[in-house]
Write a protein that binds this ligand. Structure first.
Ligand SMILES: Nc1ncnc2c1ncn2[C@@H]1O[C@H](COP(=O)(O)OP(=O)(O)OP(=O)(O)O)[C@@H](O)[C@H]1O
Ligand SMILES: [Mg+2]
Length: 214
C-alpha cells in the first residue's frame, strides 16, 4: 500500500506542543528549495467535504455527540482529505507534510475518550486503506505544559469543544502518544518539545534533513 513515489511525513503531539510554531519556522526554507515538490496540509485541508464533516465535529452546540460518532466523523474527514489531497500528491512524487493524522485519533479518541486505541486504529485502517506515514515527528510535552501554553496565548472565547475537556483527558492523550512512539520506533521520531522553541526547531530540521530526499 505504501508503494508511491512521494514521501508522507506527519507531525503529532498534544495540544500546544508546538506543531504550528515549528512548521511555520521550517516551511519557508523547504518551500524555497522544493517548490511544488512540497505539499503542506492539515486535516480537513481545505477539502470542502472533509471541512463540512469537521464543522459537525467542532460545533460547540453538538454537546451530545457520542464518542464513537466523533471517531467515525474524524475517520470520514480523514478519508476524504487523504483521497483528495494526500494520495494525488504522493502519486506525483511530492513530499507531503501533514499536521496530525491517524495517531491523533488513536491518542484523542482511542485513549482520551477511552474508546480503545486498537479499536480506533482498526477503524482508521479502513478509512486510510492502510496508508501509513513514512515518518512521524512527535513533539512530546506533558499535557499541562501544552495546555498552559495555549491558555497563555488565547482568549477563553476561542476555545472549541475539545479544549474544554479536563486535564485527565489530555494526560491520557500524551500517554498514548508515548506508547505509539515506543511501539513504532522505525516510523516515529520523538522530539523533546519542552525545550525552547529554537531548539525544537533545530531538532526537527535535523530529522527532516536526514529524511527528505534531495
Ligand atoms: N518550545 C516552546 N516553548 C514555549 N512556548 C512554545 C513552544 N512551542 C510553542 N510554544 C507556544 O505554545 C503555543 C502553542 O503552540 P502551537 O500552536 O505551535 O502548538 P500546536 O502543537 O500547533 O497546538 P495544537 O495542537 O493546539 O494545534 C503558541 O502560543 C506557541 O507560541
Ligand atoms: Mg496546531
Amino acid at each position: 500500500m505504501n508503494s508511491v513515489p512521494g514521501k508522507f511525513i506527519t507531525f503529532e503531539g498534544p495540544d500546544g506542543a508546538g506543531k504550528d510554531s515549528v512548521l511555520d519556522a521550517i516551511i519557508p526554507d523547504l518551500r524555497a528549495k522544493m517548490g511544488d515538490k512540497l505539499v503542506v496540509t492539515r486535516e480537513p485541508g481545505g477539502d470542502p467535504i472533509a471541512e463540512q464533516i469537521r464543522d459537525v465535529i467542532l460545533d460547540p452546540q453538538n454537546t451530545r455527540m457520542d464518542d464513537r460518532t466523533e471517531a467515525l466523523l474524524y475517520a470520514a474527514s480523514r478519508r476524504q482529505h487523504l483521497q483528495d489531497v494526500i494520495e494525488p500528491a504522493l502519486a506525483r512524487g511530492a513530499v507531503v507534510i501533514c499536521d496530525r493524522f491517524v495517531d491523533s485519533s488513536v491518542a484523542y479518541q482511542g485513549a482520551g475518550r477511552q474508546i480503545g486505541e486498537q479499536e480506533v486504529f482498526a477503524l482508521n485502517q479502513f478509512a486510510t486503506n492502510g496508508r501509513t506515514p513514512d515518518l512521524t515527528v512527535y513533539l512530546d510535552v506533558p499535557a499541562q505544559v501544552g495546555l498552559d501554553r495555549i491558555k497563555a496565548h488565547r482568549k477563553d472565547t476561542q476555545y472549541d469543544r475539545l479544549d474544554q475537556e479536563e486535564t485527565a483527558f489530555h494526560d491520557r492523550v500524551r500517554a498514548a502518544y508515548l506508547r505509539l512512539a515506543q511501539a513504532n520506533p522505525e516510523r516515529i521520531v520523538t522530539v523533546d518539545a519542552m525545550q525552547p522553541l529554537a531548539a525544537v526547531i533545530a531538532d526537527v530540521q535535523a530529522v527532516l534533513t536526514e529524511n527528505i530526499p534531495r
